[in-house]
Design a protein around this ligand. Sequence first.
Ligand SMILES: [Zn+2]
Length: 147
Amino acid sequence: MNLDQFSCPNPGCPDHGKNNGGNINLYTRYGRKQVRLLICKTCGKTFSELKGTPFWDSRLDWDTIEKIYRSLLTGQGIRATARDFNLSKNTVKRYLRLANKDYGTVLHFLQDRGVISNGDAQLRELLAQFSSRRQVVVGDRPSAVVM
Ligand SMILES: [Zn+2]
């Protein structure tokens, strides 16, 4: 994964909040998910790649998350995906929702893992598919809270 999407979270750093500055390096990995701890070369502070994004803050391991998206992208529905991986439908829906909310991060993740090879058309199509289906199926509820 490209480190250019990360910026230094230290407010006192001259490179605070700047992307693509070349100041962010991999420091180490930790935990069950092998989350990356990053370091800002400018100020020397370390921070987790999980900081500030709802996607990275999820409870499932990366492999399961990858499988969920892979399944959805190959045309499996929410129900079938949930059943295949022994998850609740709400969990699967949650990852669809995260892909909407944190689109860039999810796209990077899927490209990094080779789930999506060229461009982001597949992911956009997937989200469009589920957002239109949602409106058809649940006309009696506000669509914003359903997916
Ligand atoms: Zn810094």
